[in-house]
Design a protein around this ligand. Structure first.
Ligand SMILES: NC(=O)c1ccc[n+]([C@@H]2O[C@H](COP(=O)([O-])OP(=O)(O)OC[C@H]3O[C@@H](n4cnc5c(N)ncnc54)[C@H](OP(=O)(O)O)[C@@H]3O)[C@@H](O)[C@H]2O)c1
Length: 159
């Protein structure tokens, strides 16, 4: 099963501010939706709290260390570790899982991800959550697609 990090990152590497994503780019949201629909999305509890409801047509896996956390919805799965979350996806025969943030979850999964799809915004943003620096000794840039406000870059882990 392929483990794919997907993120939108400002020029100065910001991904969030005060618990939300501090920009609204329709074209980027559309790309995120088109890419992830049909597959499980794995997110931290803080990112989950920034959504009003589960992302549609995707199993939403919420990571939390709180064993009492619950949310009753057919498309929501709660896991207490990354290992459990990835095992759940494998047991349910998914070919891919998208890791959708936030900062803590990206940091925790950078070592296990196979691929990254990063929307690199063309401008700086003020923020308090960041995406880690991408080490090009570990990651190979395999495609780049230019949009008006961002560039979608795809990286594969080097063998
Ligand atoms: N630009 C983007 O692409 C993008 C995407 C997603 C989110 N964001 C932004 O990122 C920010 C949130 O990031 P964040 O770092 O504050 O929070 P986060 O990564 O969304 O969530 C952190 C929480 O997830 C749980 N968690 C994380 N790793 C875990 C693990 N290995 N095992 C079990 N539980 C784990 C913990 O929950 P408990 O405390 O409950 O134990 C932890 O407090 C927001 O501003 C959000 O809008 C940006």
């Amino acid at each position: 099963m392929e483990k794919i990090i997907i993120a939108a990152v400002s020029k100065n590497r910001v991904i969030g501010r005060n618990g939300i994503i501090p920009w609204h780019i329709k074209e980027e949201l559309k790309h995120f939706k088109n890419t992830t629909t049909g597959f499980p999305v794995l997110m931290g509890r803080t990112t989950w709290e920034s959504l009003n409801k589960p992302l549609e047509n995707r199993i939403n896996i919420i990571l939390t260390t709180n064993p009492d956390f619950s949310f009753s919805h057919p498309n929501v799965v709660i896991c207490n570790s990354i290992f459990d979350a990835l095992s759940w996806c494998e047991e349910n025969n998914y070919s891919k899982v998208f890791i959708i943030g936030g900062e803590q979850v990206f940091e925790d999964t950078l070592k296990v991800a196979d691929r990254m799809i990063i929307s690199e915004l063309k401008f700086d943003v003020e923020g308090d959550r960041f995406f880690p620096q991408i080490d090009l000794n570990e990651w190979e840039l395999v495609s780049s697609s230019d949009k008006s406000e961002f560039v979608i870059k795809e990286y594969l882990r080097r063998k």
